[in-house]
Design a protein around this ligand. Sequence first.
Ligand code: NAD
Ligand code: MG
Length: 395
Amino acid sequence: MQQVSILGSTGSIGVSTLDVLARHPERYCVYALAANTQWSLLAEQVMRFAPRYAVLRDAQAAEQLREHLRARGCETQVLAGEEALAEVASASEVDTVMAAIVGAAGLLPTLAAVKAGKKVLLANKEALVMAGGLFMRSVVECGATLLPIDSEHNAIFQCLPNHQPDYLRAGLTASGVRKILLTASGGPFRTASAETLATVTPAQACAHPNWSMGQKISVDSATLMNKGLELIEACWLFNARPDQIEVVVHPQSVIHSLVEYADGSLLAQLGNPDMRTPIAHALAWPERIDSGVAGLDLIATARLDFCAPDSERFPCLALAQAAVRTGGTAPAVLNAANEVAVAAFLAGRIGFIDIPVVIRETMHRVPVTEPDTLTVVQTADSDARVAAEAVIDTL
Ligand code: NAD
Ligand code: MG
């Protein structure tokens, strides 16, 4: 019986994870469920899955949850605050941690799980973008097993040789890999004109054509920053150089990514766009379990299209490529500026096409340093947030 903690259980990935776990009560039990403020959905999840702990970052929301559960005679213990998130991610009873908090807030609890040597299912790509070097070093030093949940990275992992992470030590070329092809849907504005992009609303940006996801990643998909973050994520996960990764727009989101080998073979992973597939894959790896996702109907799919990304209408991808080439704290600055810009866009403070403007200007203003400690990374993150707010004030 595997004990699982889910960080971000009330989000899109968290809910899909619980759906998969519920299909296999003989394999998995829930140790802890954790979220930000959404206590009523967390209460429903607690009543259904009876975890040992329920954690809310927000103390007031935790108090409401505690009262609600006490009135129902529920024995789950309610904890509050950031330290409690890290505790349920690293407790000795826990085998597997689903890291599905959105944004920089996920870094510390995810790192706590890594340092405790857990099997870590990584959805929280921002943690790796911010602190990839420190993160991957801890994975090796602490004997954690890191499995990608992001559909593209999970696909790449499935297509790499023998599922043996030798590429972590020797690099991709030594494994016979020529390059990684990272697919992108192109988002809801793939064919929109530059004039249309200037008038995009948050509701339009959050309506992704193929995937149902949280608001922040939906906006990231619309700007193509999601692909930029994923490029950086792939460099760290697979010990790849940025020039070994090619982004290919594939509007149907049926091929989740590909690996090209030295002999000209391309291996791809295909499936319906449903995150329960990568979640089930990582949960059971190296075995396979039912995810609730139907097989892909190739005849109904009929055609698969591919094209190059348009960096003029979608400058965010190039900003991420520049950050990964610069290295150091540049990706942490990029990530923080993006989080601030996306929140400002969702709040109606800036336009859609202002998002890359805020990120570019923030990257000019915040100096790059060597991210050799977590404090350096956190300082870069907070400096970038202050700088991005200042840029927004000038727009
Ligand atoms: P979401 O907004 O639906 O859910 C986010 C979860 O994080 C919620 O449970 C929320 O309560 C929790 N959370 C937010 N801030 C927190 C904080 N400060 N402390 C504790 N908990 C906090 O987001 P999502 O779409 O589920 O995405 C989660 C992560 O997975 C993101 O990093 C995203 O990039 C990644 N991801 C998501 C998908 C997808 O299909 N949704 C696909 C690939 C990767
Ligand atoms: Mg993805």
